[in-house]
Design a binder for this molecule. Sequence first.
Ligand code: GLV
Length: 332
Amino acid sequence: MSRPKILVTRSIPDEAKAVLTPHFEIDQYDKHTAIPRPLLLKKIKDKDGLLCILTEKIDEELLHAAPRLKAVATYSVGFDHIDVKACGARKVAVTNTPGVLTETTADFTWALLLACARRVPEGDKFMRAGSYKAWDPMMLLGTDVHGKTLGIVGFGRIGQAVARRAAGFGMKIVYFDTQRIFPEVEKQFDVQFRELNDLLREADFVTLHCVLDAATHHLIDEKAFALMKRTAYLVNAARGPIVDEKALVKALKTGRIRAAALDVYELEPKTAPGLLSLPNIVLAPHLASASLETRTKMGVMAAQGLVDVLALKKMPAHPVNAEVCQSVLAAA
Ligand code: GLV
């Protein structure tokens, strides 16, 4: 019997490839850049499965071009690049990689927050430029992190992991989520619920950990910046479009807030005009889950999602659309 055909849209770790190899005929775009859209649409035509990256839009157009497609495994926890409803309508199972990147992403959120508050990239640049001539009491002054108020927007797995780390800095933690957690859990994390506007008014550091959907698109816009303290810092390691990037540039330019640190961008990999020349921003190229250990685990998990649905014909461990997965398996 012929093996299912799959498309892998990027170079992936050997460990992940090893999960796929025994089960599939693999067509791989084995590069470190995004597969051109026309090539993706051409290659997907005869495929049963797709292992994709968050740079690929899995939309009506792609699904239409892929009449045999039964499963999409994304090498990411976020799936805002996938039209899950359209996948459901066409009976395409979707899986993702939750859990394995929680702690790594929380670590990186703190790397961004600390780098920004204590001006680490500026210090690094200063040293390399040979500008350090003498210790000076007023040189490159940042702001204290310990003892301040941290505002966490989105209190899911990653938001909670960020909160656990904040305890070590003796911070007061306030959070906003559309669903308030149980009082016992609030106690356990030592966090207090705030409505979003109250959180924005109160926090010294605002860090975003909500999903991107219609409700959170531009959640942090000009009005939100107007509520924040002039001394506040914004950290975004979630998804770019949660922040109105043009409004952010304005807020940083005019001193509406003090500084920001971004790992994600509204039109990634592009940045809003003026963003790159701002002195009060720390920038990273979407690195929050980028540790060797975690990216390997994510690759293996994504690969296993395809193997479960298409080869072992069993429920994957991390379905995005469980009911559709079930019906794909029932029809197999
Ligand atoms: C990364 O941004 C992910 O969603 O895994």
